[in-house]
Design a protein around this ligand. Structure first.
Ligand code: ADP
Length: 474
């Protein structure tokens, strides 16, 4: 059952119970009051009748010392006539409670007589056929006799009024409930609108539309829920986008990896097949073996690089306070042999938190790339590579600058992807596999840093990164 219908039903049940109880209480209260009034009047009337009887008995001739039954009947019939609208209903009984006189139409049984004595008045409400009466009984003290006078007063009107009251109240209740249901349906529909909007958003998202958001139309708890739902949807969409990007990157990686494997393997298999199936002269045999060797070496280098990347991804860096001077001394020594390039090292001394071996790998890669890019450049400063280190806002910046061929702007964001090479044949001829910068990026990631690339095609490039400064300067 719909929530709005449940809301309407429960409200209507409460309203029906409230109306029912209040109606019953109200109508009954009016009835009880009217009945009490009628009972009071009946008792007053029977007192007046008994007084009238006693007064009439005073006129009995002196010859009687006790009021005779015939006089009782005579007085009773006179009293009976005196009633409004054609007579009273009364009954007279003697001291033994034997009935002496009964009006026509007096139908009450004698149940009240035993409960009454000469000092008490009694009454009850009785039903005779379809009518209701107040039945009273009082004693009369007349001429040495104790008699009992019973009266019956018709109070059917009070009961009829009660029945009419209930019937009217039922009708009013039905009308109120019907109108209330219509109004409540409208209110419930308004109140549950945020829930319907949320349900729609949930369904749209479940069907794959992660951009769909629920409209927030109130500021109450449901409005807050909608806001929270939308925030959750934003986070979900972001994560899904990240996941999709990761999957795409992985697929790209697998495709590039397969391609990079295929090229050297095809050469190796081709030359190996030639060696085993043809009798080649010595020169050709050496040439074939050479191809197999160099391509094999390339594969080996590639697998080492891949291993390095995997290790760097899983590594939890063992950060140590490192003197930048030591790092630069190592690099200077390492590239001292490279006589064809002018590699200039300048640095500000500082102590920086890093895993020195990994940062050395990054810088060796960057300097290697800078040298390769400079080899074919026509720029006058080509052949100069500047490696610098200086303290900047937020850390220590190390940069490798070359005046080589540069990188086209469109390629700059792609070169850190695994296996990406701007000029594949040129890179392969220099034993490149497009993995060096990917490795650098992974290493810098575990140092909470990233590679910044500034480059202009034909003018050279500058690769830099910032490491957290430990603060202590030497
Ligand atoms: P590779 O093993 O091919 O050097 P890298 O990941 O180190 O792989 O570099 C990816 C590509 O980025 C290179 O093939 C090259 O085209 C380009 N590249 C890297 N560094 C430079 C640079 N300093 N100047 C120009 N191009 C560069």
């Amino acid at each position: 059952m719909k929530f709005s219908i449940k809301l309407v039903l429960s409200t209507m049940i409460v309203l029906a119970l409230a109306l029912g109880f209040s109606g019953f209480y109200f109508v009954n209260y009016v009835f009880e009051t009217s009945l009490d009034r009628e009972v009071g009047q009946s008792l007053d009337e029977s007192s007046i009748l008994s007084f009238a009887f006693e007064t009439a008995a005073l006129n009995v001739p002196l010859k009687y010392s006790v009021l005779p039954d015939s006089v009782v009947e005579e007085i009773a019939s006179k009293l009976e006539m005196g009633g409004q609208g054609g007579g009273r209903l009364l009954r007279i009984a003697d001291e033994e409670k034997n009935v002496l006189y009964t009006s026509g139409g007096f139908t009450a049984d004698e149940g009240l007589l035993p409960q009454t004595d000469e000092h008490t008045k009694s009454y009850r409400v009785i039903r005779a056929q379809d009518s209701f009466y107040v039945h009273t009984c009082v004693s009369i003290n007349a001429l040495n006799r104790i008699l009992y006078l019973e009266t019956m007063k018709d109070v059917t009107g009070v009961f009829t009024e009660r029945a009419m009251g209930f019937s009217l109240y039922r009708k009013v209740t039905v009308v109120i409930l019907l109108t209330g249901t219509v109004i409540m349906l409208f209110i419930a529909s308004l109140l549950t609108k945020p829930i319907r909007l949320l349900t729609k958003a949930t369904r749209e998202m479940a069907a794959g539309d992660y951009t769909y958001r629920a409209r927030q139309i109130s500021r109450d708890e449901l409005g807050q829920l909608t806001g929270d739902f939308n925030r959750m949807a934003n986070a979900l969409e972001e994560n899904i986008c990240k996941l999709e990007e990761e999957i795409e990157a992985r697929e790209e990686f697998m495709g590039a990896f397969a391609h990079e494997l295929k090229t050297p393997l095809t050469a190796i298999i081709g030359y190996a097949d030639m060696l085993r199936s043809h009798k080649l002269d010595e020169e050709k045999s050496i040439m074939s073996a050479n191809y197999i060797y160099t391509e094999g070496k390339r594969l080996e280098a590639m697998s080492f690089r891949l291993l390095d990347i995997i290790v760097a991804k899983q590594d939890e860096a063992q950060m140590q306070e490192t003197q930048v001077g030591e790092l630069f001394a190592y690099l200077r020594e390492m590239f001292a042999e490279k006589k064809d390039m002018d590699i200039r090292f300048t640095h500000e001394d500082a102590v920086v938190r890093m895993e020195a071996n990994l940062i050395k790998t990054v810088l060796v890669n960057l300097i290697d790339n800078a040298c390769k890019a400079s080899e074919t450049s026509a720029v006058s400063e080509a052949g100069v590579v500047e490696v610098s280190g200086q303290t900047v806002d937020g850390g220590y910046r190390i940069a490798v600058r070359d005046y080589g061929i540069g990188i086209p702007e469109a390629e700059q964001s792609k070169i850190v992807k695994a296996f990406y090479m701007v000029d594949k044949s040129r890179a392969r001829s220099k034993n490149g596999a497009g993995l060096g910068l990917a490795l650098c990026a992974e290493i810098l990631k575990i140092h909470h840093s990233r590679l910044q690339i500034e480059s202009k095609e034909g003018e050279g490039s500058c690769f830099s990164f910032i490491l957290a400064h430990s603060g202590g300067m030497d």
